[in-house]
Design a protein around this ligand. Structure first.
Ligand SMILES: NC(=O)c1ccc[n+]([C@@H]2O[C@H](COP(=O)([O-])OP(=O)(O)OC[C@H]3O[C@@H](n4cnc5c(N)ncnc54)[C@H](O)[C@@H]3O)[C@@H](O)[C@H]2O)c1
Ligand SMILES: [Zn+2]
Length: 360
C-alpha cells in the first residue's frame, strides 16, 4: 500500500493507494476517532458491486453504517439529490460526530462531500473513489459541490476529507471508455508538472491500458502526490492551483456546447489539452516536438484530439468560454506549457488567436 499525505496543517489527511483496500476501510476509519454511526453514499452502479464489502468492513471495525443510494450519472449532482440525502441522514439519526463515506466516482464524491460539508454544518467525510478520474483528481483537494441548471459546479465548498482510500481492484469493473477518460487527467499531470511521468506514460501505455496494477499503483500515487503538492500550496485556488486547469478552458466549453453527455469530461479535456499545446507552441515556446508527443499520447490512449471545428461550432465555443469563470474583458485566461513538465498560468489570450488554433 502506498501513502501520500496532503499537507494542510490541522486539515491534513492521507491518501492510501493499493489493491484490495476496501476491506481495510473500516480499520482505517477507526483511527479517525469518529462516532460509530455513519452513512455510505454510493450510486446505483457502484453500490451493487462494492457496497457489501464496505458495509462489512465498517461493521467489522465496530461501526454502524446506513446505506444511501443515489442515481448514477451527472444528473445526480443536484440540489434535489442533496435534499434526498439530508432527509435520509436525518431519518437515520446521523449526528455531529458521524461521518459519510463517498463510494463511487467523481459524481458521488462531489455530491457526498457537499452533503458532508453542510449537514449539521459539517460532519466527517471519507472518500473511497472507484473511477480512475476520481482516484487521481476529484477525491483529492477538497472541492465539493453540485450543478445548477445554469451550469456545472455552481454551488459548492472547499471541504477536505479525513481520508482518501483508492482501491485499485475497483478499476477492474470500470467501463473502458471511463478508464481512458481518466487517463486524460493522468497525462495532464505529466504535462503540467512531471516530464519523467510523461515519458513513463509513453513507455508503459500498453501496460496501463491493460490495467496492470503494479504500474497503476505507482502512476496513481504520483498523480495524487502532484495534486497534493499543488493543493497544499494553494488550497482555495488563488494562484498555483490554476495549473490543474490545463486544457480545461476549451475542454469545459466543448462539454457545455455539446450538451454534457456527448463527450466525457476526460475526452473534452483531451481535445482541450491538444489545443492548449498548440497555443503554447505559438506563445510560450513549447517545442513542436513536444506538441507532437502530447498529441500522440492522447491519441494512443484512444482519446479524441481533433481541434478543427466548423465556424458555427467555434462561435458557440466562444460563447461558452465567455461564461467561464476564467474570462475578463475579452481576454481569456489560459494555462500554457513552456515544455513538457512546466506550465505557466494566468496567460491572457485574445479570442482571435484561439479561433485560429481551432480552425487550422
Ligand atoms: N471535485 C473536484 O476537484 C473534481 C475534479 C474533477 C472532476 N470532478 C467531477 O467529477 C465528476 C466526474 O467523475 P467520474 O468521471 O468519476 O464520473 P462518475 O462518477 O459519473 O462515474 C462514471 C460512471 O462509472 C460508474 N462507475 C464508477 N465506478 C465504477 C466502477 N468501479 N465500476 C463500474 N462502474 C463504475 C458510475 O456509476 C458512472 O456511471 C464530474 O461531476 C466532475 O465535475 C470533480
Ligand atoms: Zn478535469
Amino acid at each position: 500500500m502506498r501513502k501520500v499525505k496532503v499537507d494542510l496543517a490541522e486539515r491534513s489527511y492521507p491518501i492510501l493507494i493499493g489493491a484490495n483496500l476496501l476491506p481495510k476501510l473500516g480499520a482505517e476509519c477507526a483511527r479517525l476517532k469518529l462516532a460509530t454511526r455513519c452513512a455510505i453514499i454510493s450510486d446505483a452502479h457502484v453500490a451493487p458491486l462494492y457496497g457489501k464489502s464496505v458495509v462489512n468492513s465498517l461493521q467489522t471495525a465496530g461501526f454502524d453504517p446506513v446505506f444511501v443510494t443515489v442515481p448514477a450519472g451527472e444528473t445526480a449532482k443536484s440540489l434535489k439529490t442533496v435534499q434526498a440525502c439530508y432527509d435520509q441522514l436525518a431519518a437515520h439519526r446521523i449526528e455531529r460526530k458521524s461521518f459519510i463515506v463517498a463510494l463511487g466516482g467523481g459524481v458521488v464524491g462531489d455530491l457526498a462531500g457537499f452533503v458532508a460539508a453542510t449537514y449539521l454544518r459539517g460532519i466527517g467525510f471519507v472518500q473511497a473513489p472507484t473511477t480512475l478520474l476520481a482516484q487521481v483528481d476529484s477525491s483529492v483537494g477538497g472541492k465539493v459541490g453540485v450543478n445548477l441548471k445554469a451550469g456545472k459546479n455552481l454551488v459548492g465548498a472547499f471541504y477536505q476529507p479525513r481520508l482518501v482510500l483508492c482501491d485499485l481492484n475497483t478499476l477492474a469493473t470500470l467501463p473502458e471508455r471511463e478508464f481512458r477518460a481518466g487517463l486524460a487527467e493522468v497525462i495532464k499531470y505529466g504535462i503540467i508538472y512531471d516530464a519523467k511521468l510523461f515519458a513513463r506514460l509513453e513507455r508503459e501505455l500498453p501496460k496501463i491500458l491493460r490495467r496492470d496494477s503494479a504500474i497503476l499503483a505507482s502512476v496513481i500515487a504520483r498523480c495524487c502526490e502532484i495534486k497534493a503538492e499543488v493543493v497544499s500550496q494553494d488550497e482555495t485556488e488563488s494562484g498555483l492551483r490554476a495549473i490543474l486547469n490545463f486544457g480545461h478552458t476549451i475542454g469545459h466549453a466543448i462539454e457545455a456546447v455539446s450538451g454534457y453527455g456527448k463527450y466525457l469530461h476526460g475526452e473534452a479535456i483531451s481535445i482541450g489539452q491538444v489545443a492548449a499545446a498548440r497555443l503554447s507552441s505559438r506563445l510560450t515556446g513549447l517545442p513542436e516536438k513536444d506538441v507532437a508527443r502530447i498529441t500522440h499520447l492522447f491519441q494512443a490512449s484512444g482519446l479524441p484530439t481533433n481541434t478543427q471545428f466548423s465556424p458555427a461550432l467555434r462561435k458557440s465555443l466562444f460563447r461558452a468560454m465567455q461564461l467561464d469563470k476564467k474570462v475578463s474583458s475579452g481576454q481569456i485566461n489560459f494555462v500554457l506549457a513552456q515544455k513538457i513538465g512546466r506550465v505557466v498560468f494566468g496567460q491572457k489570450i485574445h479570442a482571435s488567436l484561439i479561433d485560429s488554433i481551432l480552425c487550422d
